[in-house]
Design a binder for this molecule. Structure first.
Ligand code: AMP
Ligand code: ZN
Length: 112
């Protein structure tokens, strides 16, 4: 089996707090939250990062963003939120299965 923690969570062989799941996307709580609300919006298809997206992934990529909207509207009452995607180690990525960080629940300042 693929040695990827997010693939294992998607396969159900590693535990996670799952917020919602569709055929294309799974949303879990980040195990080490950086904000009061810190979810990870993860494609069920393994791709390393957004640099590996192709036009064939257009529907999935759209569904990732629409899932963020769904989480905001249905679970977070439309509270302001921030999305972060790290692509590559130098950008801070440590899990090399693409994912969107959805952060909310606190006042955030500008980056850096
Ligand atoms: P990144 O630096 O963008 O690769 O972020 C990876 C994120 O995955 C970090 O915020 C970790 O806390 C989170 N993470 C790693 N392992 C798990 C896990 N088993 N369950 C939930 N979140 C995880
Ligand atoms: Zn994976």
């Amino acid at each position: 089996m693929h040695e990827c923690i997010f693939c294992k969570i998607i396969a159900g062989t590693s535990p996670a707090h799952i917020i919602l799941r569709t055929p294309d996307v799974i949303v879990i709580k980040d195990i080490n939250p950086k904000a009061p609300i810190h979810y990870l919006v993860i494609p069920t298809k393994h791709i390393a990062d957004l640099r590996d997206l192709s036009s064939q992934d257009a529907t999935m990529a759209g569904n990732l963003l629409l899932t963020c909207t769904q989480v905001s509207n249905e679970l977070l009452q439309g509270t302001p939120f921030r999305l972060v995607v790290n692509n590559g180690a130098a950008a801070g990525q440590v899990v090399f299965h693409a994912h969107i960080h959805l952060l909310a629940g606190t006042q955030m300042n500008n980056f850096f």
